[in-house]
Design a protein around this ligand. Sequence first.
Ligand code: MRU
Length: 323
Amino acid sequence: MNESSLQPIIFEDGLLRLLDQRALPGALHWIACRSAEQTATAITDMVVRGAPAIGIAAAYGLALTVWSGEDRDSAERRLRLSRPTAVNLGASLDRLRGLPTDALPTAARALHAEDLQINLALGAAGAPLLSGGVLTVCNTGALATGGHGTALGVVRSARAAGQAVHVYALETRPYLQGARLTAFECAQDGIPHTLLTDGMAGALMASGRVQQVIVGCDRVAANGDTANKIGTYGLAVLARAHGLPFYVAMPTSTLDRACPSGEAIPIEARPDDELRRIGGQLICPAHSPVWNPSFDRTPAGLITAWVTERGVWRLPFPSDPAA
Ligand code: MRU
């Protein structure tokens, strides 16, 4: 199985502790949230990120209303708005709807535990697909989920099965989730890896070092169009040009059947200064105009398969949610 020992979300009665992912890998710093409001701010500010982890944190944030005395409906609304693209956020709040308030902590814990099981199943389903060099973007590991990870979880499962795989991690400008988080997780768990800048992906493919690309997702439309970290679309185009398979690791909780196509997926615009600065240091004229979408949409036609906890899916997706 080869789960990671990293546990970035810890919930106790009345207290949610989030490993501050903005400080990694330099420092292990924890942020304490005692209300839904504080949790929503932590999600918006990227203390916790990654679609499944955002969903788990939001569920715990709502559970905090048991102790904080916040109005449950406005707390839920506030959490829903904390980040727009990942469908998991709204989906996990939907799952808590209608439960008595005092049942929320147990339900949120169950959701968290379930996510780990989903990722382990997803990893087992996808592992046989991988061999050799595996190019990925952003962070899709234990830090982004309830444990193990999705795309990086497939890598973990492949290694646990004895397969020789080597991760090529794109640094993922502007937030550097690849450099700061994926390389950190790989280093912690002894996963062979190489870091490269986003602009090196095409040259890497041309060099023959990678045999496939696998990425995570924030929302997959019913037709398979997939929103994921900015840069994913370019990778898919490059993979097609080089004849490489392009896989999306998709917990079925990230499939939004109500969303017909990628055009309907909301794309989050992040603050300009995330792009203008690295580590607080200005890297361009202070007022240069910036375009900083956090995600892009990859058309389904560029995707070879979606790896889910229920097996490897190709289009059309099974219509029975339990399939
Ligand atoms: O902005 P982030 O760091 O939340 O973006 C994360 C991603 O794009 C991941 O690929 C996606 O959420 C899947 S995480 C298992």
